[in-house]
Design a protein around this ligand. Structure first.
Ligand code: SF4
Length: 158
């Protein structure tokens, strides 16, 4: 018997069930685009048919956090909007993941000032960081593939 990351006693399964669930989860991502600034233009490019994000199982954005398991933080995050980001994150379904999209979401970008959060990981956990100001769509897809690899190797805890 082991203690899970949520503090609940459970058993870590290291079996083909892990592989099957990981495979299913990584190809059924329901992303919530939290868009605040200019990186949103590049998010729209990624979401268009030319880049076919649907082949990664992430082609169906949700605009309710309760129907989402992947939060894309796209753009500059100000301290004023921090509580909103945290509430959205808390309302998402488990298991859930977060991607910091672009330099601002990852580390504050060019805005090293009193009003800007210097990386969304200072307010919620982040799984993957996508560099760029803004990132090219290919870079975003690369980040998505890295997230899928992380999801695939996640151990299931009961
Ligand atoms: S990283 Fe660059 S393009 Fe993206 S929101 Fe910040 S300033 Fe705009």
């Amino acid at each position: 018997m082991e203690i899970g990351s949520d503090g609940i006693p459970g058993v870590a399964l290291t079996s083909k069930l892990d592989l099957a669930l990981g495979w299913g989860r990584k190809y059924s991502l329901f992303l919530y685009p939290f868009v605040t600034a200019c990186c949103g233009m590049e998010y729209m490019s990624v979401a268009c048919a030319h880049y076919d994000i649907d082949r990664f199982g992430a082609g169906l954005p949700r605009f309710s956090p309760r129907q989402s398991d992947l939060l894309f933080v796209v753009g500059t995050i100000s301290h004023k909007i921090t509580p909103v980001v945290q509430i959205v994150y808390e309302q998402m379904t488990e298991p859930k993941w977060v991607v910091a999209f672009g330099a601002c979401a990852s580390a504050g970008g060019p805005y090293d000032n009193y009003a800007t959060v210097q990386g969304v990981d200072t307010i919620i956990p982040v799984d993957v960081y996508i560099p760029g100001c803004p990132p090219r769509p290919e870079t975003v897809l690369d980040g998505l593939i890295k997230l899928q690899q992380k999801i695939q190797t996640r151990k299931i805890e009961l």
